[in-house]
Structure formats: structure tokens, C-alpha cells
Design a protein. Structure first.
Length: 342
């Protein structure tokens, strides 16, 4: 059937109106999303490009999580004004730590058929010193107090500590010589005073006492332990049960860690505790939410750790002695480190 000229014009007009409506709707939707993102950016901390060093006194360094061109960059802010203007370095890291002017940055390397990762050792000016390919997804990173030894943990299967279906690999590197222990599972493991060999051993979350001695989590047989590691003897000896992601205090006497508690959700099973290494007495902190992080000691009295926030992560503080309350220290930030401190 042939349509008359009038009918054809009406059909054309209806099509134009329909397409116009779709275009306007799409534009308004995009504008709404842009407005939300712009609002988030305007509400977030100010960030500008500049020079960041790892040995500047009175400044904290961290991974910036604020939306915008500097997201994921190592940035710094004055300790006296943590909500003030941030300086972004241009160096992007998924995990980061620094001590004594040495940094370790675990990065994503885009390109090819799949995403790859690498560990980069940085000097105090964020210049690359060494680089290593990683076997999996970055999880934890630490530098020894004198900056001469670094460690990192990656997931080689799974991507969460919450369940049991994961496997990790932890490496320790001597920055000066380049000597590397690629997998701490190759160390001799002693559990409850007895040599222990098992296919299910996992090691993660190194925290250094010095260049030779360190603490880490050892998991085997469905349990986790705090273990003392010795690089010279290549041993890991368990000290205390139900300890994950330890962090040694500046004076070397206490360990902050996340502990699985009964009755908590399987997706959020941890609470933040502190262990006295001399007495093995545990103290629960005032933070009652689940903390899936390796806490950092801001000083001898205060712990800093991350919790989910509007930008992905915020930093919180809580006293290490169980007193006080938790408080937000910095929005849109992750992986903090403090100049001249552990």
C-alpha cells in the first residue's frame, strides 16, 4: 500500500520527535552524572601537581583517592593540616609504603591481553631504583625502618582474605644487593614449636623489626598465626594465633593486627587489636567496624587504617591502648606513611 505525501510527513515528524526526545534524555542523564562527579570533585580535597619527596619533614605521603586526574598518585600533605591542599607526584601505585627515604610501589601495567603488575623500588625523589614483575594482584607492601629492605604480597589466586579460597606470594628484597627471597613459603616453618610442612601454607603481611627480623601472618590448616621471620636462618616461627596483617609499633614492643571475631559477618570478620609481644596480652581497640587493612602506627599511641568511603577509602585513627574513639583523619586516601617513622 502506497502512503500519501501527508502520511509520510507525519511519520517523518514523529520519528524526528522521538529521536529528539531520546537525545534530550541522554543529554540530561549525562549532565546529571557529570554534575554528581563534579560535585564529588568540588567537595573533595584540593589536589595539585608538584614535587613530592619521601624524606620531607612534617608531611605525610599516601595514595590519593580523590576523583580527578591525580587519582591513585602518591601525594603528600602537611601533618598539621591533613584536610588541606595535597601535592600529587604523578607516580601511580595500587599499594605503597615508605621509610627512611625508600619507597615501594606496586603498580598496574596496562596493555596486552591481560593486566599485569610490577613492584618498583623508589628513592626519596620517587625515581625508580629497581623493578620486578609480580605474579598476581598487589595486596600488601612494607619497607624496613632503615629503608634497606622491602617486602610485598600479592594474590596469585582469589582476591580477598575474607574467605579461604585464596593463595598469596610474599617476597622480601635487599635494596642494596638486589638479593630477593621470592616466596617466603620456601622458608622452614615452625608451628607451635614443631617443624611444619604442608601444601596449604600461605604467608602475607610482612612488618619489619630490622633488615633481618620481621613479623608476618602464616596460615595453614585453617588457622592464622603471627610468625617471627628470620632472613638469615630462613625460618618462620609462630608466636600467637588468630593474627592477620601485623604492624610493629615504633618501639618494637607491640603488634597491631586484624583479628577474626566470633559472631561477625563472614564478609567483614575482623576487628582491630593490639598484642603485647612480651606478655602476649591482647587489647581490642575502640574501632568496632571490620578493618581489612594492615594498620600503620602514626606514633607510639595512635593507629591509622583505611575504611570504605565515598571515594573508595578514607583514613581513620584510633588509640592503640583501647581507649577513646575512632575518628576520621583524612578523606579519599589510602596507604599512608609518615616521614621518619615506621
Amino acid at each position: 500500500m502506497r502512503l500519501g505525501r501527508r502520511h509520510r510527513l507525519l511519520i517523518l515528524l514523529a520519528a524526528v520527535l522521538l529521536l529528539t526526545g531520546v537525545a534530550v534524555g541522554a543529554t540530561l542523564h549525562a549532565a546529571g552524572r557529570a554534575t554528581e562527579k563534579d560535585r564529588a570533585r568540588s567537595d573533595g580535597p584540593p589536589v595539585r601537581s608538584g614535587t613530592v619527596t619521601l624524606d620531607a619533614p612534617g608531611r605525610s605521603v599516601f595514595r590519593n583517592m580523590a576523583w580527578g586526574p591525580h587519582r591513585d598518585e602518591i601525594s603528600s600533605v602537611a601533618d598539621s593540616d591533613p584536610s588541606g591542599p595535597r601535592t600529587a607526584s604523578g607516580v601511580r601505585c595500587l599499594r605503597f609504603h615508605t621509610a627512611a627515604g625508600t619507597g615501594v610501589c606496586l603498580q598496574s601495567v596496562r596493555g596486552g591481553l591481560r593486566e599485569a603488575y610490577r613492584a618498583v623500588v623508589l628513592d626519596a625523589r620517587l625515581r625508580e631504583v629497581r623493578r620486578y614483575d609480580l605474579a598476581g594482584i598487589p595486596s600488601r607492601a612494607r619497607v624496613s625502618p632503615d629503608g634497606q629492605t622491602v617486602a610485598w604480597t600479592v594474590f596469585v589466586s582469589g582476591d580477598s582474605y575474607a574467605g579461604t579460597a585464596f593463595s598469596t606470594r610474599t617476597s622480601v628484597l635487599d635494596v642494596r644487593s638486589g638479593a630477593i627471597d621470592r616466596n617466603l613459603e620456601d622458608y622452614r616453618v615452625v608451628v607451635d614449636g614443631r617443624p611444619h610442612k604442608a601444601a596449604d601454607i600461605n604467608v602475607w603481611g610482612v612488618t619489619f623489626a630490622d633488615d633481618t627480623r620481621f613479623y608476618a601472618t602464616v596460615a595453614t590448616g585453617g588457622r592464622t598465626y603471627l610468625a617471627l621471620g628470620d632472613r638469615s636462618a630462613r625460618t618462620l616461627r609462630t608466636l600467637h594465633g588468630n593474627v592477620e596483617c601485623p604492624s610493629l609499633s615504633p618501639d618494637g614492643t607491640r603488634i597491631a593486627y586484624k583479628k577474626r571475631v566470633q559472631g561477625a559477618s563472614s564478609d567483614a570478620p575482623w576487628r582491630l587489636y593490639v598484642l603485647d609481644l612480651r606478655t602476649l596480652r591482647e587489647t581490642a581497640t575502640a574501632e568496632r567496624r571490620s578493618v581489612d587493612d594492615q594498620a600503620v602506627w602514626r606514633d607510639a599511641r595512635t593507629l591509622v587504617y583505611s575504611l570504605p568511603g565515598n571515594y573508595g577509602s578514607d583514613l581513620w585513627t584510633v588509640p592503640a591502648d583501647g581507649s577513646g574513639t575512632a575518628s576520621r583523619a583524612m578523606t579519599a586516601a589510602l596507604a599512608p606513611a609518615f616521614t621518619g617513622r615506621r
